[in-house]
Design a protein around this ligand. Structure first.
Ligand SMILES: Cc1ncc(COP(=O)(O)O)c(C=O)c1O
Length: 448
């Protein structure tokens, strides 16, 4: 079925991409991308026929795996009817998707505003929180990423924003939330410290000025830095006390990734808004959604809701999303995530005994990350936070080995992410971990 292509044609494909397109978050020269010809299940294939196991589900978004024909069929069917209608027309698919999302979301989170991606869900959440509350400040965690558009980048604490520091939007306040592995005083103390310091920051900033607190459902690209047990419940209580809205960013942690529909469900809380994207369509089409509590939207029953996008509720993306939700259910993917997540946990524990460079392993469902260290006692990281290129020498070697051995995954600073598609089997997990184990030999040699 796949057409064959010569070596020179492959080179031309890569050259055109390098010559005429730009690459995110990287210097533009010296890039060596995988030229992907097709994807199937947990695998990607390049034009030379080399197979890569996709251990990060693309950018932790291709939850159902690659090449699922059901999605293609649903998309084609919708396109054959109508590809675009303005957001003030309705389609059958939009209503059905809204209804289905209301079913899977807890509490009174039953109104969907459809967006285009994660950042546009976050932008609209921030805007609506301010409009609704009449307050201006938004609080968020330093150890977070919420998107690269202006407000989404500012609300993120991720150091990717530092190079555009001068463009930060006003009225965003960040707080620090350390994680257990690098906290010397125990989990109970961490929870106490985290809750009291948040309380202090709210007092300093003036609770009456704070529209919302925004947090990831489970931490993602910052290194899967877990919340202390009980933390989100305290945050919910603090929000209730001061009438501050709680927005959960489920862009990465949503749609089964953590063994639940949403990451926050691991913490027994219900937020006021949920920002979604990624797993909503598993990346088959760009799409996002902001799910909003009825108490907020009812304010706009008789006055205009100042949100709008040309492509809001795009029928074809709605079709991809609705089929996606059926696939999660029909194929029992959330259950599989729980089981496979436990299996990865067990297997990484074994790897820990074998590899002195593994400092920590943090995982929820299939959203996990290995943190490499130079010394288990001192916990000196293999590469520092926000590592400069020359501080990445060892980690770059590890990443190159992983790629050479036939794996695609996300390697950042001292972190190797393990977040495969939720369809993964034990055999495929073994295959992937064997590659990581082999690459870790490079890091093990650097131990002091
Ligand atoms: C938690 C979280 N929020 C928001 C975003 C931004 O999503 P997008 O890149 O679709 O704008 C990301 C992207 O990685 C994310 O991980």
């Amino acid at each position: 079925m796949q057409e064959t292509i010569t070596k020179t044609e492959t080179e031309e494909i890569i050259r055109d991409n390098l010559d005429y397109t730009l690459f995110s978050w990287s210097k533009q020269k010296g890039i060596n991308p995988i030229a992907v010809k097709y994807g199937e299940g947990v695998y990607l294939y390049d034009y030379d026929g080399k197979r890569y196991i996709d251990f990060s589900s693309g950018l932790m978004n291709v939850n159902i795996g690659h090449g699922n024909q059901r999605v293609t069929d649903a998309v084609v069917k919708q396109m054959q009817q109508v590809s675009y209608v303005t957001p003030n027309c309705v389609t059958k698919i939009r209503g059905e998707l809204g209804k289905k999302l209301a079913e899977i979301c807890p509490g009174d989170l039953s109104k969907a505003f459809f967006t285009l991606c994660g950042a546009s869900s976050i932008e609209n959440a921030i805007k609506l929180a301010r409009l609704y509350s009449g307050r201006h400040k938004i609080l968020s965690r330093y150890q977070s990423y919420h998107g690269s558009s202006n407000a989404a980048m500012t609300v993120s604490g991720d150091p990717r924003k530092l190079s555009v520091d001068s463009q930060q939007a006003p009225n965003f306040v960040h707080f620090d939330l350390p994680y257990l592995y690098r906290w010397e005083f125990g989990e109970e103390n961490l929870l106490k410290e985290a809750v009291t310091s948040l309380g202090r920051i709210i007092a300093y900033e003036g609770p009456g000025n704070i529209a919302a607190i925004l947090l990831e459902g489970e931490s993602g690209s910052s290194g899967c830095l877990k919340y202390p047990v009980g933390y989100l419940k305290h945050v919910r209580e603090i929000c209730n006390k001061h009438s501050i809205l709680l927005i959960m960013d489920e862009v990465m942690s949503g749609f089964g990734r953590t063994g639940r529909w949403f990451g926050f469900e691991n913490h027994n809380i219900i937020p006021d808004m949920i920002a979604m994207a990624k797993g909503l369509t598993s990346g088959y089409l760009p799409f996002g959604c902001l799910m909003i509590a009825d108490k907020i939207v009812s304010k706009y029953d008789d006055m205009p809701l100042a949100l709008g996008l040309t492509y809001s509720a795009h029928p074809v993306s709605c079709a991809a999303a609705l089929e996606m939700l059926k696939i999660y259910e029909d194929d029992d993917l959330i259950e599989n995530t729980k089981h496979m997540g436990k299996y990865v946990d067990e297997q990484v524990e074994l790897l820990k005994q074998k590899h002195p460079s593994i400092g920590d392993w943090r995982n929820t469902g299939l959203l996990g990350c290995i943190e490499l260290v130079k010394n288990k006692k001192t916990k000196e990281p293999m590469a520092p936070f926000n590592a400069k290129p020359d501080e990445m020498t060892i980690m770059n070697k590890v990443a190159a080995k992983i790629k050479e051995l036939g794996m695609y995954t996300f390697v950042r600073w001292s972190y190797i992410f393990i977040a495969p598609p939720l369809i993964i089997t034990k055999e495929q997990i073994d295959e992937g971990l064997k590659i990581i184990s082999e690459a870790l030999k490079i890091a093990d040699e650097e131990i002091d």
